[in-house]
Design a protein around this ligand. Sequence first.
Ligand code: C2E
Ligand code: MG
Ligand code: MG
Ligand code: MG
Length: 285
Amino acid sequence: TAKRSGGNAYEFFESKMNQSAFERLVLENELREAVREEQLVVYYQPKVFMTDGRFAGCEALVRWQHPTAGLLSPGAFIQAAEECGLIGEIGDYVLRRTCTQFAELYRQGMAYPVAVNVSAMQFESEGFADTVLDALNSSGLPPHLLELELTESTAMRDPERVIHQIEPLRQLGVTFAIDDFGTGHSSLSYLTRMPFDVFKIDQSFVRHMESDPHAKIVVETILAMAKSLKLKTVAEGVETTEQLAFLRGQGATLAQGYLFGRPMPLPDLVRFAEPENAAAARIAQ
Ligand code: C2E
Ligand code: MG
Ligand code: MG
Ligand code: MG
């Protein structure tokens, strides 16, 4: 990233400084500009019902339309955003943008559920619940269409506080999912008490469940636990019909993955969701 903005200053710095520290500095400055200049865009990845492939909703995933480097995935900047304290602003932007777009669809008769990722820092900040309320109120999105995804580690860091924080939003109808489930360290006793609605099985288990018996056991165990707790499940990273068949056999509720659709701009998502668009349903036959 640094070379672009480069020239002599870059070469000077490179010889004087640790390169990755310098690159990080450039990235942070560019990221501040990205937030200011509205270079962030939100893509949506569809989720479908395991049983028949019907559209079930989607997940909002942020991208950065970088002025020279093209469209960047969150892997390239989310961690930096967390470290330099910009994740709150980015998260707010994604939340508000998503609410606005899906409220507009709702007014046009398309009541599509949408999930937004929430980082630990954003979730733990003082005004989080108010921000969500404001995003819902000012957009007009019905709260039951909004799902918030917390990673397992965020959810389990301070479970009492999490329960306290999400309860008022849940009472409005907002649902909560535990993202990347299986990768963190959940306390079983808390898991049974936490007011979550959905487990999202991490894609690493889905990817390896055919070749690695341990991954398969994790998937089976999560699905069995979800069943006892009467929670829904989303299998992430479904890429093959074999994976789909296995997950469906095990009773997973929803599938999300390249087999059905990659994260896409809103107009593509709307086409995907149309009932007469039978592509997803065909795959699921
Ligand atoms: P995540 O929330 O677990 O999102 C799922 C990721 O898996 C997405 O990557 C998605 O594109 C990818 N994926 C979905 N299906 C498949 C598949 O079949 N195969 C493969 N190989 N990958 C698949 P993405 O968009 O690069 O996002 C990565 C992570 O960045 C997300 O993981 C989430 O933790 C974070 N992220 C994205 N948007 C936001 C945001 O607005 N706020 C925060 N805090 N984090 C975000
Ligand atoms: Mg997620
Ligand atoms: Mg995930
Ligand atoms: Mg993930």
